[in-house]
Design a protein around this ligand. Structure first.
Ligand SMILES: *Cc1c(COP(=O)(O)O)cnc(C)c1O
Length: 428
């Protein structure tokens, strides 16, 4: 696509949709489940994957495809699909190449929903998982790899711990062992980090977060770099490298080359699991994407200001934000996210749980909500909210400090955000 020549800010505005003469300037919402053909033969060829074309919105829809192409362009992949949620995107990334009897490796600091998906639900389908610290050594990663291991998984900036994943190092270890690296790039977005440039093979997103950015539509994306040599490890990935009986014996890597993985995700997983995104939601994502470059930099700048301010408050015990010079992940942040570290941070207060709750209650501008990463500043205390059934000991075992407060900086004036935090600390 010609947009690939342009800078990322221009591509946020233009990629994915190039209207021709007389076509709508804005991306049209094609609110149609089905598409019309003239002859029986035309329809037959679509089902043989002989020709590409639209036939049913569960598999493909022009509005949804335009937005998938936009995200694909920003990430620098060979193809992408949108899914109904970020959970579905991560599920698809695994199920596209792993099944019962297989095994995967994941960093243990990933989003709680993904941790449950990989650690609780996938084992019920017969897929085993080993969780490793994101700072595991190359030797520790290699020691966890088994003959039936199919992929390695991590998050660019982890939710809620905001730790930066060493993509290049993990990719090297994975590739040395014939495995693809899947990276959930939700918090960084392709404006701040493009994991394919560091060796990741597959990227996933919860587009529900900064890409939507206004808290209006749940969605996900799965993007294929096209770089993983599936045929070189044909025995390990038979779904991609041997004939598929459900499509008259075609072999994905032979027929679709570099796009084998992403085509199979559509023709198999979308067809069978149906975790599709609606054209209406894709339209909202498109609006979000067109301002993502402006928003994510503002989120990042304001978050850094707030993190620096919090760090100097007497009531604050600790602050994690990779943009802070004294943060344990600052060196990795400079490498992978030099233009900013997104709007999310974590911090702890010194006053104990009762003080935490008085602080939350005293906030006026900042809202208490389970969401993160939209235009409103919001806050969550996992020990009192999402994880309230766990004891402090259980929280620590799950990698969540009992005093951890997750703060997501919105697009308000940072001085107003700071003033709100200040009055809440003083009144608590
Ligand atoms: C929210 C989130 C998900 C899950 O996405 P949904 O759209 O809520 O299904 C996955 N990964 C990360 C990093 C997230 O923050």
């Amino acid at each position: 696509m010609t947009e690939n020549m342009a800078k990322i800010d221009t591509r946020c505005v233009h990629a994915g949709y190039n209207p021709g003469k007389g076509a709508p300037r804005q991306l049209p919402i094609i609110q149609s489940t089905t598409f019309k053909y003239e002859t029986s033969d035309q329809m037959g060829k679509l089902f043989d994957l002989e020709e590409s074309g639209y036939f049913y919105t569960r598999l493909q829809n022009p509005t949804v495809d335009a937005v998938a192409a936009q995200i694909n362009d920003l990430e620098g992949g060979v193809g992408a699909i949108l899914t109904s949620s970020g959970q579905a995107a991560n599920l698809f990334a695994v199920l596209n190449i792993a099944g019962a009897g297989d095994h995967i490796i994941a960093a243990n600091n990933i989003y709680g929903g993904t941790f449950n998906l990989l650690g609780v639900s996938l084992p019920k389908l017969g897929i085993g998982v080993t969780f490793l610290g994101a700072d595991a050594s190359d030797q520790e990663i290699e020691a966890a790899i088994r003959p039936n291991t199919k992929l390695v998984f991590g998050e660019t900036i982890s939710n809620p711990g905001v730790e930066v994943f060493d993509i290049e190092r993990w990719a090297k270890v994975a590739h040395k062992n014939g495995l693809p690296l899947v990276v959930d790039n939700t918090f960084a977005t392709p404006v701040l980090c493009r994991p394919f440039e560091w060796g990741a093979d597959i990227v996933t997103h919860s587009t529900t977060k900064f890409i939507d950015g206004h808290g209006v539509s749940v969605g996900g994306a799965l993007v294929d770099s096209g770089n993983f040599p599936w045929d070189q490890y044909a025995d390990k990935f038979p779904g991609l490298t041997t004939p598929d009986a459900s499509y008259h014996g075609l072999t994905y890597t032979k027929k679709f080359g570099k796009a084998a993985f992403i085509v199979k995700a559509t023709t198999h997983l979308m067809r069978d699991l149906g975790s599709t995104q609606s054209p209406q939601n894709a339209f909202y994502l498109h609006l979000g994407l067109q301002t993502l470059h402006l928003r994510i930099r503002r989120h990042s700048e304001s978050a850094l200001k707030v993190a620096q301010w919090l760090q100097n408050r007497p009531e604050v015990a600790w602050v994690h934000y990779p943009g802070l010079e004294n943060d344990a992940h600052h060196a990795l942040a400079l490498k992978y996210c030099p233009d900013g570290c997104s709007g999310v941070m974590a911090f702890g207060l010194k006053g104990g749980r009762a003080f935490d709750n008085r602080f939350l209650d005293a906030l006026r501008l900042t809202t208490i909500e389970t969401h993160v990463a939209d235009c409103h500043t919001c806050v969550l205390h996992p020990a009192s909210h999402t994880h309230r059934q766990l004891s402090d000991e259980q929280l620590r075992a799950a990698g969540i400090a009992p005093d951890l407060i997750r703060l997501s900086i919105g697009l308000e004036d940072p001085e107003d955000i700071i003033a709100d935090l200040q009055q809440a600390l003083e009144n608590a």
